[in-house]
Design a protein around this ligand. Sequence first.
Ligand SMILES: *[C@@H]1O[C@H](CO)[C@@H](O)[C@H](O)[C@H]1NC(C)=O
Ligand SMILES: *[C@@H]1O[C@H](CO)[C@@H](O)[C@H](O)[C@H]1NC(C)=O
Ligand SMILES: *[C@@H]1O[C@H](CO)[C@@H](O)[C@H](O)[C@H]1NC(C)=O
Ligand SMILES: *[C@@H]1O[C@H](CO)[C@@H](O)[C@H](O)[C@H]1NC(C)=O
Length: 537
Amino acid sequence: ISYVLSITHCLVFTMAAQCMTKVELTVSCENLLDMDIGSKSDPLCVLLMNSSGSQWFEVARTERVQNCLSPKFAKKFVVDYYFELVQKLMFRIYDIDNKTVDLSDDDFLGELECTLGQIVSSQKLTRPLVLKNKKPAGKGTITISAEEIKDNRVVNFEVEARKLDNKDFFGKSDPYLEFYKQTETAWQLAHRTEVVKNNLNPTWRPFQIPLQSLCGGDMDKPIKVSGLCYDYDNDGSHDLIGIFETNMTRLLQASRASPAEFECVNSKKKQKKKNYKNSGVVSVKVCQVVRRYTFLDYIMGGCQINFTVGVDFTGSNGDPRSPDSLHYISPQGINEYLAAIWAVGMVIQDYDSDKMFPAFGFGAQIPPTWQVKTQRRGIEGIVEAYRICLPQVKLYGPTNFSPIINHVARFAAQATQQKTASQYFVLLIITDGVITDLDQTRSAIVSASKLPMSIIIVGVGGADFSAMEFLDGDDGRLRAPSGEPATRDIVQFVPFRKFQNAPREALAQCVLAELPQQVVSYFSLLKLQPPRDPNPS
Ligand SMILES: *[C@@H]1O[C@H](CO)[C@@H](O)[C@H](O)[C@H]1NC(C)=O
Ligand SMILES: *[C@@H]1O[C@H](CO)[C@@H](O)[C@H](O)[C@H]1NC(C)=O
Ligand SMILES: *[C@@H]1O[C@H](CO)[C@@H](O)[C@H](O)[C@H]1NC(C)=O
Ligand SMILES: *[C@@H]1O[C@H](CO)[C@@H](O)[C@H](O)[C@H]1NC(C)=O
């Protein structure tokens, strides 16, 4: 049953991640090769993608810039961004000499292959262009800058009303407000406040409306506000108290000392009654536009993701030389440990600036200060270190998670001394699941939940993972043995076997889908800003 649960859970998050955000890419080049005799090249840039894993296909192309070796393309590329995928991109520059759509008859000036993750994590990426044979394309370079398309401003409101018309024969009305945005076709509901019971002079709880849903960012766009009263014995048609129209320009003049006040008008009543004035007054005491940062804001604003791997070298995995062992490397050079490191690391490595991933083994019998050295960086370095170390260690025990969690937590705690969102730590633990220090691990996780840190546990083999499911606090909050609850959910557990026959990217998608949300929730809880402006103009 727990497996079924975690499958749905994964699907939910994969779906939620589907429309994460759109990114706009702006391209410019310097020192392009000159192919035209008597004039300069007329470059154009084509963007190709290969996210489905089959072939490169063209997504879009820019305009052609005439007679220019350092073009700045005006047309921007808009692409969907998914944190949990490795999204490969290819930028190709051509010198366009005639009007044919086919580029194969035009001169090729160079290309760059990279990932979207590399672009967003460096915000502005400049690289040399290469020719088809991978040799440099002269001194040509390409610069790609990324900007998230969004309006992440929200409006904080504090609103009250007075002298609202009574709509209730037996007591006082139960009023609430609805805010509408004007669209081409109709008024679109943007927000509904809570119902204040039995009160004609209500004060609503402070609320927040995304600026985008209130007025699409246009401060002069009309906003309609309806004062309604909740009808309990109802057919769904709540009674209208009155309506007013305004806009953000007017609302922003509100202050506690001088609230923005609006008369609620009920047009039916107005027609009937001769000396009708209004059906009450709505008073806006606070209306402030504030910015809410997204995951990409943190990444583009310089937040680094520090990735650490912990590999379970305990005896329960079986002797690595025996094909039954979870550490046995098949003649094809793989096992579940390597596959898990590879899948998750491929995504994360774009966000880690030094690409020096600390990797720890636990549970092996080795001299205390033994280390594996490798020249390789990034995820390949970990894979190599694992291969070097495997024949030399004696798998032993116990399976203690808490030391490695506490180790990473010490660095995460140091990072909190910087008063910006500069670093977030991700610990990937790959284990066969037979944990020996469950209580200490619970305490370690509860402490780590206060730090910029997330833990991903991938369970390999077919053991009983109930202890792991328990650490993944999804169905109820994890508590330390002392009773202290985790401040937020930071553990994501995934059994590897579930993904054995799935596409290669599926494991990474499932384990990483929650990470952007965990990063945002931590930094916004502490009101920490990215180290630099994510969208400098
Ligand atoms: C597309 O990507 C897959 C793996 O993701 C790779 O095997 C394949 O060679 C790529 N295709 C091209 C045309 O580069
Ligand atoms: C377009 O221009 C290229 C390069 O000058 C040339 O080789 C090709 O034949 C031209 N194609 C057409 C259809 O004119
Ligand atoms: C904004 O709303 C106020 C009323 O709240 C109105 O007087 C003003 O004309 C509106 N401005 C625009 C540009 O529509
Ligand atoms: C990343 O975290 C590890 C601890 O797991 C630490 O040893 C390393 O110095 C950190 N890297 C950076 C760049 O802070």
